[in-house]
Design a protein around this ligand. Sequence first.
Ligand SMILES: Nc1nc2c(ncn2[C@@H]2O[C@H](COP(=O)(O)OP(=O)(O)OP(=O)(O)O)[C@@H](O)[C@H]2O)c(=O)[nH]1
Ligand SMILES: [Mg+2]
Length: 395
Amino acid sequence: MSYKIGLVGKPSVGKSTFFNAATMNDVPEGAYPFTTIDPSMGEAYVRVDCAAPEFDHTCTPNHGYCTDGVRFVPTKLVDVAGLVPGAHEGKGLGNQFLTDLNEADVLVHVVDFTGETDLEGEPTEDHDPREDIDFLEDELDMWYLDILEKGIERYRSGYHGEDKAIEDDLAEQMSAFKINADEIKQVVLALDLELDPDTWDDADKEALAREIRIRTKPMLIAANKMDTEAAQDNWETVTEDPAYEHLTFVPVSAHAEKALKNGNEQGVLDYRPGDEDFEVTADLPEEKAAGLEQIREFVTDFGGTGVQQALETALFEELGAIAVFPGARKPQEDGTFLQDCFVLPDGSTAEDFAYFLHTDIGDGFLHAHDVRTERQIGADTELDHRDVVEITTTN
Ligand SMILES: Nc1nc2c(ncn2[C@@H]2O[C@H](COP(=O)(O)OP(=O)(O)OP(=O)(O)O)[C@@H](O)[C@H]2O)c(=O)[nH]1
Ligand SMILES: [Mg+2]
């Protein structure tokens, strides 16, 4: 299993530019709506401080790479078509888009902070980025509401048995959102509602749809195009608005990330993705050098281009995933060391990790060791981010 991060947002906000910057793909980008129609999936990376230096050895990653103690662990990134108001009723590329989104475990909502594109992605002036945040949340909520209502109909039809509980029908209808009956029951009760849809009014159903959406599709806001003055002007207004306090914002310049990665590939500069600075290693024409100095000002001010930061915050904070290294204290006989680093759900235990590695390892689980402390840990012990775990099996 590998996590999927989905890029969402209205047209022309820079989803494809972000995708290309993160994955070094080359999907079309354009200053016109619906440049992207078919979704693209690519491999991006999230940074994890490598555990190898703590053991005075060098790691040999099977996947991704490691530079100066920072491990770049692969994760899937999906770029989809822009979402416009009314998508849940099929507007724009509508339902197809929502189906593509279903597969994402966590969303990065790319918002054009310049205010220079309207809700349809067409050029405009003084558009408030907060409208984009509201509209996208509403649109997702309506989509969830449609599915919730289908679940209620299913319950009322009694088709699946008279004594079946509402949460069972809802869970079946919402199976794509990876939420089970028990979790649905908890959401219903947390909202002070009864486990009987006949007692729910429209506002109750909306609240329920929204709460299920929030729990099943964690989301982060990537404030994009922050390399422009217009976007920087909007930053404080939006992020300091108490109505948006519950959201996490990451300032991003997808353009800057792309420029730096391209420069790195061309061998004219040294840049490690996510870093707050870079080194120019070639003699460049004046214009290009000046452009890079502007980018330098941006990355030093904002602590990076924001592309890595957005992906990592989405995965490790919004979704709460953890990275775990299977391993031992010393390299194997063939010299390999800490070859893998896996991203697992929050709350994973030593036994879950064993099953994640292989069914046989799970079935034969005897005990595990925290390689750092050399302490034995039981099957039910919850693992922490960056744990190094050795598993002993009966076979
Ligand atoms: N200044 C600035 N412009 C950007 C940035 N990222 C993207 N853009 C521009 O925004 C426009 C739209 O970019 P795309 O990546 O095609 O946007 P999209 O969200 O994929 O659009 P659709 O596929 O139509 O939904 C292009 O002109 C990009 O060059 C950025 O970080 N800074
Ligand atoms: Mg696109």
